[in-house]
Design a protein around this ligand. Structure first.
Ligand code: BG6
Ligand code: MG
Length: 214
């Protein structure tokens, strides 16, 4: 029986996949590196520095570690200023109700986001108090697709992995959930999220009654 649901944040609870895209796109344009939505698919769920490495695959020149850190910091400034404008209206439809229903059903709620900005974003969205635990991506050894952050969340919630459901929009995230030994619900395209146990078009399709039997 499901005792906990562990959510990804970006692209699952709110449409920051697009906000991340715009911030990277601005940086990529500034340094003259081609970047499009297809490359962006590979960035979903991937941490900041690894995302930069993927973007720089198309760069004409090499960057030092210090320069890369500056580039990543610049992208983060663009991103933070964008999400600072976010509010509860930026939650995907159905999220606030889903979080309330889960709490009422006694199901623990965790967050397993690779984003260092997750606490700020949860505040802006007005759902910080809905989470029993927010895993710290800086505190785990390996990023998604490694299972570490989902396992850290489960451990903090004191729920065994096999009683957890993970919810993700990214290929790397679904892999992380499966490697953690949890059931995986994908949000997006079944053709993209082939390893998910079930794929929903949007988070609004998440049916808590189906879930309890999952
Ligand atoms: C993930 C996003 O949730 O967080 C990625 O899907 C992003 O696109 C990653 O790069 C890291 O985010 P941040 O806010 O720490 O740069
Ligand atoms: Mg995501």
């Amino acid at each position: 029986r499901c005792q906990a649901v562990i959510f990804d944040l970006d692209g699952v609870l709110t449409d920051t996949a697009h906000t991340h895209y715009q911030a990277w796109k601005r940086l990529a344009d500034e340094i003259g590196v081609p970047f499009d939505h297809q490359i962006n698919e590979r960035l979903k769920g991937v941490d900041r520095m690894s995302s930069l490495e993927i973007i720089l695959e198309r760069s004409q020149r090499q960057y030092s570690t210090a320069e890369k850190q500056q580039l990543a910091a610049r992208k983060n400034q663009y991103y933070v200023s964008a999400i600072s404008q976010f509010g509860p209206d930026d939650l995907f439809p159905g999220v606030a109700k889903l979080l309330r229903d889960l709490r009422q059903a006694g199901i623990r709620i965790g967050l397993a986001s690779a984003s260092r900005n997750a606490p700020l974003l949860l505040q802006r969205l007005g759902i910080a108090a809905a989470f029993d635990h927010v895993a710290d991506p800086a505190a785990v050894a390996f990023p998604k697709p490694a299972p570490d952050i989902f396992l850290a969340a489960a451990q903090a919630l004191a729920v065994p992995a096999e009683a957890c459901i993970g919810v993700e929009d990214a290929v790397a995230g679904i892999q992380a959930i499966k490697r953690a030994g949890m059931a995986a619900i994908g949000i997006g395209e079944p053709a993209q999220l082939v390893d998910a146990d079930r794929v929903l078009a949007t988070i609004a399709d998440f049916d808590i009654h189906q879930l309890i039997a999952f």
